[in-house]
Ligand binder design. Structure first.
Ligand code: AHR
Length: 320
């Protein structure tokens, strides 16, 4: 009988050891975290920098990152989240393309006990316990900063065209609102045309070409919700025989390297920073949530305004 008990105990110990071996990395350390990351796509230089920041931070922390590119479709993001839930990941990082339509899948994640950390864009849900935290800039304030800068530059009056971001996305909604708020104090500042350029350079150029055809010399300034669309608009302005940065003033948001280069060349006048390097904060949030901490619902990223006057001096210090 005693031999039987000893044999059973040995088998049980062996089984536990095998299970741990399967979960642990080859080095035999603690279990590797598995995190699913649902990214919107690769529409802009900003987005590429954000993806890179999350990927490299995962690697630095030894996290097994399951990356899914939604190619600009919310339904792809929802399927990715469902697949992460089925795979029983430890946590999910989500950059939601639009604000609405997330409730059902976030409830599924909550029921499965999987924390969801939102990065960059927020969601519109009645129950904020459906996500752990949002790590993002204040997009309304970015719009206000762009509006204030432009009002000062134009002396409080001018005809402006606006290139909006992806319809229904938090940055497009909030940057529009913030800008309108800021210029409302200047009755001479009017947005004469406003259309989505989907946050891409190609669409920004296309929409700007249409604006130029319709308005020609009557455009004093361009307000673009991101740098990529402003860079597309610069091409359209040049092809129309005008001088961007001089004949038409341009202000945009993001602060990517190409925007600084355009400012150094005198083609872009101002960019409002929106920091995409969210990897470290995202994984800090994941680790804190898994340790049982309650996080603030919004971890705000601070941004600054950069215009042509400082571009040459700071360009080499830029990290994205
Ligand atoms: O959500 C952040 C915005 O999305 C960036 O400003 C833009 O470039 C991106 O595609």
């Amino acid at each position: 009988m005693r031999r039987l008990i000893v044999a059973c105990a040995a088998i049980a110990m062996l089984a536990t050891a095998c299970k741990e071996q399967a979960a642990a990395p080859e080095t035999g350390g603690p279990k590797r975290l598995v995190v699913g990351f649902s990214q919107i796509g690769a529409e802009s230089a900003w987005r590429t920098a954000e993806t890179e920041s999350i990927r490299s931070e995962a690697q630095a922390r030894g996290v097994d990152l399951k990356f899914s590119d939604a190619q600009q479709k919310q339904e792809n993001q929802i399927s990715a989240l469902r697949s992460f839930i089925t795979q029983k990941v430890d946590a999910i990082i989500l950059a939601p393309i639009v604000e609405t339509g997330w409730e059902p899948v976030l409830r599924e994640a909550k029921r499965a006990g999987i924390p969801v950390v939102l990065v960059d864009r927020g969601v519109d849900v009645d129950d904020d316990s459906l996500y752990t935290t949002l790590i993002a800039s204040d997009f309304v304030e970015e719009g206000r900063m762009a509006g204030r800068w432009l009002a000062e530059r134009l002396g409080g009056s001018g005809r402006i065209v606006e290139l909006q971001g992806t319809p229904g996305s938090a940055p497009a909604i909030d940057r529009k609102r913030g800008f309108e708020e800021a210029i409302a104090e200047f009755p001479g500042m009017t947005v004469v045309r406003s259309q989505s350029g989907d946050f891409t350079r190609a669409k920004g150029k296309e929409v700007m070409e249409a604006f130029l055809k319709a308005e020609r010399e009557k455009i004093d300034a361009v307000y673009a919700h991101n740098d990529d669309m402003a860079l597309g608009a610069i091409q359209a302005i040049e092809e129309a025989g005008l001088k961007p940065g001089t004949d038409v003033v341009l202000v945009s948001i993001d602060g990517v390297r190409a925007a600084f280069e355009a400012m150094v060349q005198g083609k872009l006048n101002c960019t409002v920073e929106c920091n995409p390097l969210l990897g470290p904060a995202a994984f800090d949030a994941v680790e804190r949530a898994l340790a049982g901490e309650t996080l603030p619902k919004w971890i705000k990223v601070e941004d600054r305004v950069f215009d042509q006057s400082v571009a040459a001096e700071v360009i080499d210090t830029r990290k994205y």
